[in-house]
Design a binder for this molecule. Sequence first.
Ligand code: S3P
Length: 165
Amino acid sequence: MKIVLIGFMGSGKTEVARLLSEKLNLEFIDMDDLVLEKSSRKTINEIFNKDGEKYFRELEVQVAKKLSSLDNIIVSSGGGVIMNKITMNYLTKNSTVVYLKLSFDKSVERVKLKKIRPPLFKNIARAKKLFKIRQPIYESFADIIINTDNKNVNEVVDDISVKLK
Ligand code: S3P
């Protein structure tokens, strides 16, 4: 079994994937971590600032390619993977794609709680534009859609477990 979580920044992909990995006995994989390992930088922000977003997206393709040959994993993807067809071709291979849906206001609320603000969330107006562009694209890739606005991580995990059956 292979599960890929997609969704906008702040949707809870990482926390949900970590919990679900224990419940389903799958290996937890965070794409941003693997991208960082491939780079010579210490943070995602540093990659964006010093190498640029294009380079970051190239690393994402490489990571997605590596993941396409693995099984028994649950992947927390980066919020922007859906914008790249090649990345998505790799990520959707033999996998169930779960979209963690949330409103833009919730996204802002949750991102504010993070220690480090993601690079594409520095400007709220721009983040909102991205959100609008991306929402239908997340939906188009989703096998399962979970509305996360008023749910905690445990409730989201339970919802996914039910829908996987
Ligand atoms: C991005 C989301 C981030 C990270 C990078 C780009 C995006 O991941 O991959 O900052 O384009 O939405 P999270 O969604 O885990 O914050």
